[in-house]
Design a protein around this ligand. Structure first.
Ligand SMILES: [Zn+2]
Length: 421
């Protein structure tokens, strides 16, 4: 009888971790961080009998604690090559920002590359004597995967974060999944319905073009991994006139380089290449100040105006009604982005900025909404039992309730709860 322990992302978003044990062997899926001060991780697991670590995708709420595990174990890390390279970039950045206040160091992060066995989608890998693992495309960010594990005659799917709908950057998640007995699913947007993707893309283009034609500058604060590239691809897809320049700042520059090395994870490598060929990289404050003086589109982290270069741009652009600040992701309450959307003001330290620039939100989600998730989960053959994680507590409950109302068995596990099957 196998055992599955929910280490984290239970009734919360952050520190994902799932520990599978069968007799004397074990397997770990994800080991992420939660962005508290200092960052929080799942409780440590025994690593003596670990046969491998599977990583769904590069985002730090899934990958942030991997160095903690691998420095105590010879086990291999299994993920796509794109996930490996993006994770290393994000982990190094997290280390830099933390000022060394993490329970691991640069050497532990570097160690990941050596311990990683790059794994392709659909390839089945035996781990130890008791496990078999396969990655399926999850459609969330380039290289993202669902992890399917076979153990003791049962098959378990860990969805990680997924998006069933294709975007300009990512092909959608694999549609026809094989039979599973258990599914551990995310529920980020279990209480949300997204408008059709094309409507959001067109609304974004209208905002961008309207501002540029009015001789204003568009600032798009965006996360460097995935979202920035998605915007670049949309601007390319809808043929933003060449006379308008597109600038990228921050981590997106390195991410572009990584994705150019792994084109097989992109919806259209050619379109991405064209998009990258068109953007201008910005590297210092002199360039930053220069580009805000002419109409153009600036894509810069952080996505919620908290840190990164986006808040420098914000200070230069906020007091001119010709300019527009466009948010493209959910703004977590308490962040400058959420404050700006709600009040048209932003408080930085002791100073409050009144904003006369236009402020818009066009949410380009990289997760399925409630309908998209249900549709995908209901199609998994084998009448699987569901465990709902990775969402606000209310979202986990809503998703489990929705599954039950369709005659399915669904649970919302608590942190460190263990189930046997
Ligand atoms: Zn994610």
């Amino acid at each position: 009888m196998a055992r599955l322990k929910f280490l984290g992302s239970t009734r919360e978003i952050g520190r994902a971790g799932f520990f599978l044990q069968e007799k004397d062997e074990s397997l770990l899926i994800d080991f992420g961080t939660k962005f508290l001060d200092p960052p929080a991780f799942p409780d440590m697991i025994p690593t003596e009998n670990l046969q491998g670590v599977a990583l769904t995708h590069a985002h730090l709420d899934h990958s942030g604690g991997i160095p903690l595990i691998l420095r105590n174990s010879e086990a291999s890390l299994f993920c796509t090559p794109a996930t490996r390279d993006l994770s290393l970039l994000l982990l190094r950045d997290m280390y830099k920002i933390s000022g060394g206040r993490l329970p691991f160091d640069r050497k532990d992060i570097a160690h990941i590359r050596r311990q990683c066995q790059a794994t392709a989608y659909e390839e089945t890998i035996p781990l130890g004597h008791r496990f078999e693992m396969t990655l399926f495309n999850a459609g969330h960010i380039p290289g993202s995967a669902m992890v399917s594990v076979r153990v003791d005659g049962k098959r378990i799917l860990f969805t990680g974060d997924f998006n069933a709908t294709e975007s300009q950057l990512n092909p959608g998640a694999r549609k026809n999944l094989p039979k599973h007995d258990i599914v551990v699913t995310e529920s980020t947007y279990a209480r949300r319905k997204n408008p059709p993707r094309e409507d959001i893309e067109q609304a974004l283009m209208e905002t961008v073009l309207g501002t540029l034609e009015n001789k204003g500058t568009v600032l798009i604060p965006a996360f460097g991994v995935g979202r920035s590239q998605e915007i670049m691809c949309i601007l390319e897809r809808y043929n933003l006139p060449r006379k308008y320049k597109i600038y990228v700042d921050g981590m997106a520059r390195d991410v572009n380089e990584i994705l150019m090395r792994h084109p097989e994870y992109l919806q259209s490598p050619q379109a991405f290449q064209r998009a990258v060929g068109r953007v201008i990289e910005i590297n210092d404050n002199r360039e930053r100040s220069m580009i805000t003086k002419k109409p153009g589109v600036i894509i810069s982290p952080a996505g919620m105006l908290k840190g990164g270069a986006s808040h420098l741009y914000f200070k230069m652009l906020h007091d001119d009604p010709k300019n527009t600040i466009v948010f493209v992701s959910f703004q977590i309450p308490g962040t400058p982005g959420a404050e700006l959307l709600a009040t048209r003001k932003v408080t930085v330290g002791s100073r409050t900025f009144d904003v006369t620039a236009d402020v818009r939100q066009h949410h380009l989600s990289s997760h399925s909404d409630s309908e998209g998730m249900m549709d995908m989960l209901e199609r998994i053959p084998g009448e699987p039992e569901f465990f709902v994680v990775h969402g606000e507590s209310e979202s986990c409950d809503a998703m489990a309730e929705n599954l039950r109302s369709r005659g399915r068995v669904a649970h919302v596990p608590e942190q460190n709860e263990e189930v046997r099957f």
